[in-house]
Design a protein around this ligand. Structure first.
Ligand code: SDX
Length: 436
């Protein structure tokens, strides 16, 4: 990636005591300018300090842009609403990887290439049988995606652009197969092979929900819904799991190992695990009349309880994905003839009450993508333990696209943050006999 950031005419002046330094300011296409502190330690002998990276841009990227105040999400400049409405997930994958929307011929070729990489090495099924049946599917995904580097040696040489693209295609193609295998293994049903004449989403639903004893017919409305859910989850700037993938990749680790690291990070309830936690929370609330009790707990500093699916580090407005997710939720429930889902009633009422509450308004806490996704995925037939697996399935393209962008950045170097040390100053060893 050729750096396209421009040095702004403005400079930032840093003064400490009598000394001062001019720091370059860089501007992107849209969004906040950045102060380039790459030479700060060499000039000043000081580090910056920003735990949680609330004010730190870790890289230059051209893939995804979020305007948190306006609630805008762009993939390569295209608004998420337009992509979710008009395209399919593989079109979004092509866009994220190549930077442009595909022509009809390019789309057909990309679909063909992905479809023909959906099978996994037959030995993988024996790998699965080493797990307990009740293993959490996310644990299985961390292991099985990492294990891909043990099977696909011909696409782990990251210096070869050909191999980088094959690895990217394999990642996108094999995630649904591994996710479906994790689900089937968990419920004790036989693995289902991918079928090349099905679209990506229908193929995934069939691998999850078909059984050898009867024909499976994908419902196009439900396939379209899960495909749209994948689009919503595909990429999201430098979130915790993407930053994990980039940091792992900066050491030269192979792409499968890097994505496995991203899956491990996504599992946390503050991140991708929030969809599973949000549904559990709605179940714990149990009825609309108990909402005030939980709102009170969410506001209580001494209570670790938080409203899962609410709040976001970047969005200080409604997460645009949550709106589309809510609409998709109603579509799926409607198609399945689920007239009133008590958890949906609780979610809608909880959102209404929270968005009128000073505590949430003041902190700009809105529903995020995880708030409605759990209800939708449960209605589609997935157990809560599979919710974050589906998030990882969709996010794999974002992870691999960001990894590829980093590897292809001529200025790329290993990520190695420093620290503010507040431990013991140097001291001498005391032999055990003399310790009190
Ligand atoms: C994802 O980064 C991404 O892009 C992630 C993601 C992606 O696509 O990759 O969008 C996916 O991870 C979505 C977020 C899913 N997580 C949850 O829904 C878990 C619940 N949300 C919170 O844990 C929290 O909002 C975070 C983790 C999402 C954001 O945390 P921040 O930015 O560190 O915010 P904070 O903890 O500093 O909160 C600011 C204030 C605090 O109150 P004060 O100390 O200022 O009084 O808001 C409060 C927090 O206590 N707060 C909440 C809250 N979230 C923040 N209070 C109650 N319930 C909540 N959910």
């Amino acid at each position: 990636m050729d750096a396209v950031s421009k040095t702004s005419p403005a400079t930032a002046k840093l003064s400490v005591g009598e000394q001062s330094w001019d720091l370059p300011v860089l501007s992107g296409t849209i969004g906040p300018d950045v102060i380039d502190i790459g030479k700060l330690y060499g000039q000043t002998g000081m580090f910056t300090y920003d735990p949680g990276f609330t004010s730190t841009a870790s890289c230059e990227s051209q893939i995804t842009y979020i305007d948190g105040d306006a609630g805008v999400l762009l993939y390569r400049g295209y608004p998420i609403e337009q992509l979710a409405e008009n395209g399919d997930f593989l079109e979004t994958c092509y866009l994220l990887l190549y930077g442009e929307l595909p022509t009809a011929a390019q789309k057909a070729d990309f679909d063909y290439r992905v479809t023909r990489h959906t099978m996994v090495h037959e030995q993988m099924s024996r790998f699965f049988h080493g797990f307990r049946r009740d293993a959490h599917p996310m644990a299985v995904m961390v292991a099985s995606v990492g294990a891909l580097s043990a099977f696909y040696h011909d696409s782990t040489d990251i210096s070869d652009p050909q191999q980088r693209m094959i690895a990217s295609i394999r990642m996108i193609a094999k995630m649904p197969t591994l996710a479906a295998m994790a689900y089937k293994y968990n419920i004790g049903q036989p693995f289902v092979y991918p079928q090349n004449d099905l679209d990506y989403a229908s193929n995934f639903l069939r691998m999850c929900f078909s059984v050898p004893c009867e024909e499976y017919k994908a419902n196009p409305i439900l396939s379209r819904a899960i495909d749209r859910i994948f689009i919503l989850h595909a990429d999201h700037e430098q979130n915790a799991s993407t930053s994990t993938v980039r940091l792992a990749g900066s050491s030269g680790a192979n792409p499968f190992a890097c994505v496995a690291a991203g899956i491990a990070c996504l599992w946390g309830p503050a991140h991708g695990g929030a969809n599973e936690a949000a549904l559990k929370m709605l179940g714990e609330i149990g009825s609309v009349d108990r909402i005030p009790e939980f709102i009170k707990r969410a506001k209580d500093k001494n209570d670790p309880f938080r409203l899962m699916g609410f709040g976001h580090r970047v969005y200080k407005n409604y997460d645009p994905r949550a709106k589309i997710m809510q609409r998709t939720c109603h579509e799926v429930l409607g198609e399945l003839g689920i007239k009133d889902d008590p958890l949906l009633d609780i979610a809608v009422e909880l959102e209404r009450i929270a968005l009128q509450d000073e505590y949430f308004i003041e902190r700009k806490l809105y529903p995020n993508i995880d708030f409605y996704s759990g209800i939708t995925l449960r209605a589609l037939g997935f157990p809560t333990s599979m919710f974050t697996v589906l998030f990882a399935l969709a996010r794999a393209v974002g992870w691999i696209g960001q990894w590829k962008e980093m590897i292809e950045d001529p200025g790329q170097r290993i990520g190695r943050p420093r620290q503010l040390y507040t431990g013991a100053a140097q001291r001498d060893y005391v032999p055990i006999a003399r310790r009190k």
